[in-house]
Design a protein around this ligand. Sequence first.
Ligand SMILES: [Zn+2]
Length: 335
Amino acid sequence: MSLVKNIFLNFSKKIPVGILKKISPIDIYLPYQHLIREAHTSYISHLYPFKNKKQFETDLDYLLKNFRIADIDQLVSYVKRKGELTPNQFLLTFDDGFKEIATVIAPLLYQKGIPAIFFLNNDFIGNNQLFYRLKISLLIEELSNKPQLASVFKKYFENSNDLNSILNQLKKTNQFNQSILDNIANEIGLDFDDFLKSEKPFATKEQIEEIVKMGFYVGGHSLSHPYFELLSEAEQYRQAVDSAKRIANEFHQKYTLFAFPHYDNKIKTKTIQKILNGGVDVIFGIQNQLPELQLRMLHRFNAERPNITMEKQIKAEMLYAALLKRAGKFSVKRN
Ligand SMILES: [Zn+2]
């Protein structure tokens, strides 16, 4: 993390939350994360960090003490401009549908009475398919355990003279060139199918049904988690609307919810309007709490860095949003 960011985080943490609530223009606080796990995980750790259960519980207790639990009916009617929103609510969201949503997260939230939305990728439910991003992490794990494998990796990437350029190119692999990942795995004797069958990283349909029975919400997160900017507009529409509608139907949801995979800043206004017209009630992005209600969009913030507590992160979001608002920059720029 940059020094400036660190100084900002430490500075904002010193401000009492009561003062930040008065100056923050944020309508509802929306953290996002993926999973809660105790230790290094070969298929995730090379992609992004995550918190452990103790850190997660500390975060939850902070939120419960200082913010209100979200009322999702109220939130949807607010987004649809049909009602007001009680201030200082928080709503947790979790992306990608890992098995930990059922084994760790939902039980803990249920116990504490905290609602959440779980955004799911239709193709990964039940472990029928291995997400290409997990393949990337698994390959990096192999490479870090056996540096002598670098010569195999080099064959697949141009200008890959050092380890860093191999890693950079590996991490950029997308839905269209993911066969590179399969080919490397084949050559180094790493069996993705075996991994999928033994580890089962994603929640099953039955587990999701349990979560829904507990009162949690689920939404679509695209069919197969592609990079949207590489897709045609029609395919972007299908990945969003089909995913959200199928999840809503299959799990008997009151609302059709969708969260863009990866990032949303490259999606055109016109495409988002079509997705809304296709029957999606509310869309979630990740542009740090900026308002975009004209597109029925809510923007979330990353809350999964283990060295930043929820208190520190949310206070920084509040102060930063207040400063942006003062500077006339508290809005999303979209083509
Ligand atoms: Zn995702």
